[in-house]
Design a binder for this molecule. Sequence first.
Ligand SMILES: *Cc1c(COP(=O)(O)O)cnc(C)c1O
Length: 420
Amino acid sequence: MKSSRSEELFRRALEIVPGGVNSPVRAFRSVGGNPKFIARGEGSRIFDVDGNEYIDYVGSWGPLLLGHRHPEILAALERALSFGTSFGAPTELEVELASAICEAMPSIEMVRLVNSGTEATMSAIRVARAFTGRERIIKFEGCYHGHVDSLLVQAGSGLATLGLADTPGVPQSFCDTTMALPYNDLDVLEGAFRTYTDRIAAVIIEPVVGNMGCVPPLPGYLEALRDITQRYGTLLIFDEVMTGFRVALGGAQERYGIRPDLTTLGKVIGGGLPVGAYGGRKDIMSKVAPAGPVYQAGTLSGNPLAVSAGLAMLRHLKAHPETYTQLETRTAALCEAAPQGVTVNRVGSMFTFFFNPHPVTDYESAKKSDTARFGRFFRAMLEGGIYLPPSQFESAFVSAAHTDADIERTAAAAREAFSA
Ligand SMILES: *Cc1c(COP(=O)(O)O)cnc(C)c1O
C-alpha cells in the first residue's frame, strides 16, 4: 500500500500541529503507524492522498449516517451557500431544525443550537446547576462528554486510548463537584444518592456508550436511573451527541422508552457540518438567556450552512424510516464475523469488536481488552481496505451508504484478519 504522501504530510503536520492532528482520536498511536490523510469521500468510501480506497466505518466519528456526499445534503448546502454564509441574526432554517429535533424527541420541548457536542454538554450542565441550585454532577467512567473541564474525569474516548485518567490544566476545584461512577452499576449509584441526597444537580450519561467502545445499558438500568433521579430532584441529562438520530430517529430515549429532563445532541444533527444542540423541559430551558438568567451564546450558532445540512439529514431520515431497519440488519450481519474469544457489542449501527473473551459492560471490563491484538487487527483491516476507528475504545459506525456487498467484503476481511 502506497503511503508516501500521507507520511510526508504527517511529517509536516507534526512540526506545526500538536501530534500532527486536530483531534487526538485521529492519531494512530495506539494501533501503530501514522494516520492516513484523506482526500475525499463518496458514499461508503474514503480515498487517501496516496489514492488508496477504504470502506469507511468511522463516518467522521458519527455524523455521516447517510455516508459521504449524500446528494440531498449537498443540494441543501449549495442552496444555502447561494444566500450567504452567516448573518448573526435569526433565520428560518434554525426554526425548522429546532422543530425537526423537538418532533423526533418529544422530551425536548425547547432547544438551543450550538456548534459542537462539547458546547452542548457544557451548557446543559450549566443550566442544570442553575435550575436546581445544586453543584454536584454524576458522570460515569468511560463516558465522554466532550472536552469540558469538569467532565474530563475518567472520560473514555481519546483519554482511554492514550491511557489518561484525567488531564493537566483543569484545576482540582473544577472536578471536586464531579463524581465518576461505574457504568451499569446501580448499587454504587444508590450509595452516591444516599450520601449526597439533595446536592446532586444532574446525572449525565451516554445512554448507549460509544466512547469506551460500544457498551449498551443493561436491562432496567436506564429505567432505574430515571427513577432515582426523579426521587431526588436531580436532572437526568442524556448525552445523545452520538446516539441521537443514530440508534433510532428519536435516539436512545426512543429506543429504550426513557424521558430525560435534558438532552445533548451533535454529530448526526449537523449532517457533517458543525452543529450541536441542548434542549429539554421548557421550565428548565426557559432559564437560558435571554429568556432567563443563564448565559450561553455563540457567534456562529445556528450557522445557515451547518443548519441546512443538518435539516436535510433529519428530513431524509424522517422520510425514510426504513433506513434504521436496514442499518440494523446490515450491522448485525457484519458483527457475525466475530470469532470465539472476541466480544462484539452492538446497538443499531454502532458496534465494537472487543478483544476480550468476557462480557464488556463497563469501563473496567472494557480496559481488560487486549489492545495489542486490536492493533494488529486494525492494521490488517486497513491493509485490506477497511477503515475502522484507530482505537479499541471507540465505536465503529455503519452508514446507510454501506451496501450488502460492502458488508460481505468487510466480514470476509475481518474473518481473515481475526484468523491471522
Ligand atoms: C463526540 C461526543 C461529544 C463531543 O462532541 P464534539 O462535537 O466532539 O465536541 C460529546 N458527547 C458524546 C457522547 C460524544 O460522542
